[in-house]
Write a protein that binds this ligand. Structure first.
Ligand SMILES: *[C@@H]1O[C@H](CO)[C@@H](O)[C@H](O)[C@H]1NC(C)=O
Ligand SMILES: *[C@@H]1O[C@H](CO)[C@@H](O)[C@H](O)[C@H]1NC(C)=O
Ligand SMILES: *[C@@H]1O[C@H](CO)[C@@H](O)[C@H](O)[C@H]1NC(C)=O
Length: 512
């Protein structure tokens, strides 16, 4: 799906104390090497579901996240082949993967990357762009061993006049191979000095047969892309509020108009609502004959809020469970939420949990998405309700895996559909036990092999993970002083580069 749509709601109230709790930041960045304390053991999962265990992280099998280079890694060349400009479209997470791809493209082209432009989407009326969402200095500094990044295209002298370097516009094929960048695109870049790739999303193949390049993707996604302090602070306050009463779960409740009309699961709605969904479908997606029962039985229908509640209840979560809902505007109104709320009354979202400052502006569009992203990342358990074409859920699952195998409940909709249908048709005997059996068989957040169509951005194991005593030498964790090694290499290869003096004596608490 193209968007992760967020909704903006009103929130009143005064201003809470300005406690800049950068704990989130610290948690996110330090000691990604340290092993996580509370591990579930894997055999416990096989027998039955023990909810208490789910609040802890999954068994790591001695794997730890690591995206530092493990073989010889050259610093970016002093002589660049030209400038690479990209325009990332879509929602927060579609843009995020596009930014990772842009860094990769610049790296293999020996190009200088111009800070990626983020589409200002008219729907969200969001004008913030990259500097409004991410920490620009941190981004540039974090990637200094990988690519040279500038904030904008330089001016050039032409006939004694200063003017902007003009980038040649190009449209890369979807999932283009690396060779498209090192041949076609590079040729034009050398010819024109700069190229401009637009639109730029899913324009570089995800499966690349080079673990060092894949690790670069993880360095961008999980280290270099850090939200601005304002977003981190807001997210942290929400997390602290939720944590004040113990652990909490986050759910990405993808029960929104665009997703429902895309999925074509209409029968549960009133004729009027069906009309709205049908119209949206006609206007936005390719025509296709979609029959509700068939769609549902193959797992293509998003879970309803009630189904989400029934799954959690069957797994053993009780009505004291605190749930943070990351969701846009739920379609179909409150009648879908009511049965869920009856099972789980402690429901919150970024409007009910935020600090009492005016959230109306700050949670609009990408910023609201970013806050939801951080809260879902930090929650003890995360549950996406639709993992199909949802960049939000997919990227979060990948980030939580990297963040230390944090529990993700990923319902197998195909396995659950017949159980729900039986219940609706009066064959509800053994319902909870059947749901539990279906859920026991799902992955709950531990390291696991990536099987198509699972994306690299959803599961970067094993490339971005390492072991201290590995069976396979390629999985060995890089030495602890890897940053110093890279730093000295960068210093010796580009002594005339003024930029290195700025960074050469930085101690970095971050491990990559
Ligand atoms: C980029 O630079 C490296 C090191 O200087 C070189 O080996 C490689 O061939 C270059 N690639 C391109 C596409 O220019
Ligand atoms: C939660 O469930 C218990 C029974 O298990 C019930 O007594 C209690 O009223 C419920 N609480 C709420 C807020 O629904
Ligand atoms: C680097 O910084 C440390 C601590 O600030 C300082 O003690 C040291 O002298 C510096 N080294 C160089 C080479 O500037």
């Amino acid at each position: 799906m193209r968007k992760d749509r967020r909704q903006t709601k009103k929130l009143g109230g005064g201003i809470k104390g300005l406690v800049v709790a950068l704990v989130v930041l610290v948690i996110c960045t330090i000691s990604l090497f340290s092993t996580v304390g509370l591990n579930r053991s894997s055999d416990e999962q096989l027998q039955d579901i023990n909810v208490d265990n789910l609040w802890a992280t999954a068994a790591s099998g001695d794997w730890r996240p690591s995206s530092a280079p493990r073989s010889y890694w050259l610093p970016p060349p002093t002589e660049s082949n030209g400038y690479l400009r990209v325009r990332c479209n879509g929602g927060l997470n579609q843009q995020r993967t596009a930014i990772c791809n842009a860094v990769l493209a610049a790296r293999i082209m020996n190009a200088t990357l111009v800070l990626p432009e983020l589409d200002t989407n008219s729907f969200w009326r969001d004008e913030s762009g990259f500097p409004g969402i991410y920490d620009v200095d941190h981004f540039i500094k974090s990637l200094r061993f990988d690519v040279k990044i500038v904030e904008r295209l330089p001016d050039i002298q032409s006939h004694g006049k200063k003017k902007k370097l003009k980038a040649l516009q190009m449209n890369p094929p979807r999932d283009a191979p690396l060779s498209w960048y090192t041949s076609m695109a590079l040729e034009k870049m050398k010819e024109h000095g700069a190229i401009y790739l637009t639109p730029f999303s899913h324009r570089l193949a995800e499966e690349i047969d080079d673990p060092e390049l894949q690790r670069l993707r993880c360095r961008v996604n999980y280290h270099a892309l850090r939200f601005k302090p304002r977003i981190m602070k807001l997210s942290n306050e929400i997390v602290n509020n939720l944590r004040a009463q113990g652990h909490f779960m986050s759910i990405h409740l993808r029960f929104e108009m665009d997703m429902l009309s895309f999925a074509g699961c209409l029968d549960i709605f009133t004729p009027k609502e069906q009309e709205i969904l049908r119209k949206y479908r006609e206007e936005n997606f390719a025509p296709k004959k979609l029959i509700y029962r068939e769609r549902r039985i193959i797992g293509k229908c998003p879970l309803t809020p009630e189904e989400v509640g029934l799954i959690l209840r069957a797994m053993g979560f009780d009505n004291t469970t605190r749930i943070y809902l990351a969701a846009g505007e739920l379609f179909g109104g409150d009648r879908f939420m009511k049965p869920f709320r009856a099972l789980f009354p402690h429901l919150e979202n970024h409007n009910t949990m935020g600090p009492n400052e005016k959230l109306e502006e700050s949670t609009r569009g990408l910023v609201g998405s970013a806050v939801d992203y951080m809260v879902c990342l930090l929650s003890d358990i995360f549950m996406p309700t639709y993992d199909g074409p949802s960049n939000f859920a997919n990227n979060l699952m990948g980030h939580r895996l990297y963040y230390g195998f944090r529990t993700t409940i990923q319902p197998d909709r195909k396995a659950l559909a017949p159980i729900f249908i039986d219940r609706e048709e009066g064959r509800g005997a053994g319902f909870e036990e059947r749901v539990r059996q279906a859920m026991v068989r799902t992955k709950l957040g531990g390291p696991h092999r990536r099987i198509r169509p699972e994306s690299f951005y959803t599961n970067s194991w094993p490339e971005c993970f390492c072991q201290m005593s590995p069976k396979n030498p390629a999985d060995k964790c890089p030495p602890d002083n890897i940053l110093e090694v890279l730093e000295s290499r960068l210093g010796s290869e580009s002594t005339d580069d003024a930029d290195t003096s700025r960074t050469s004596n930085r101690t970095d608490s971050r491990r990559i």
